[in-house]
Design a protein around this ligand. Structure first.
Ligand SMILES: Nc1ncnc2c1ncn2[C@@H]1O[C@H](COP(=O)(O)OP(=O)(O)OP(=O)(O)O)[C@@H](O)[C@H]1O
Ligand SMILES: [Mg+2]
Length: 161
């Protein structure tokens, strides 16, 4: 399956990658983000949401576990869920909270710390790993479905700096 790696020199580059992602979103996409605390997962998602037309604040869902948004795709509203499962006690909690219901062909899900809900999560379409590299970050994007591959093929990343 498709894979792309980028070096993100600074926060602006991370935001630029987030913006590029906004242009290739499709209903039903499941995108999981990996990387240590402070790797840049929320920064990337925040930039993506702003580019996708979200006007308000984008909070890190560290305590709420999930924040819901609505974005416009081809003039249609699409629900987008931003999860941060770092504080999930155990994988079963993911099911008990009813989170599984959000995973369908109509909704877009971005998940930070998806590994905390393993094995209760459905498989992702795209996995983004962020790794601290010197002063910057290395972003590795891996498609794991046709939908994810399509998304990666269309991705046009323009570093900001
Ligand atoms: N490419 C980059 N180079 C250097 N610093 C960056 C880069 N991208 C983001 N940062 C910085 O790294 C930090 C990332 O914080 P952020 O909250 O996005 O991380 P996170 O991966 O969501 O962490 P957590 O797991 O705690 O939710 C911010 O301080 C941001 O300014
Ligand atoms: Mg975060």
């Amino acid at each position: 399956m498709h894979q792309k790696t980028f070096y993100l020199k600074n926060e602006s580059d991370t935001c630029a990658l987030g913006k590029s992602l906004a242009a290739v979103l499709k209903a039903g996409l499941k995108i999981y983000l990996h990387g240590d605390l402070g790797a840049g997962k929320t920064t990337l998602i925040r930039a993506m949401l702003k580019e996708a037309g979200h006007k308000g604040k984008v909070k890190s869902p560290t305590y709420t576990l999930v924040e819901p948004y609505s974005i416009d795709l081809n003039n249609r509203p699409v629900d987008l869920l931003h999860f941060d499962l770092y504080r999930l006690g155990c994988p079963e909690e993911f099911l008990e909270a009813g989170f599984r219901e959000h995973f369908n062909e109509k909704t877009i899900c971005f998940i930070e710390w998806a590994e905390k809900a393993d094995p209760e999560l459905p498989p992702p379409d795209l996995v983004i790993s962020l790794e601290v590299t010197g002063d910057g970050r290395t972003a590795c994007l891996k498609a794991s479905s046709d939908k994810g591959s399509h998304c990666l093929e269309n991705l046009r990343f323009l570093p900001h700096s």
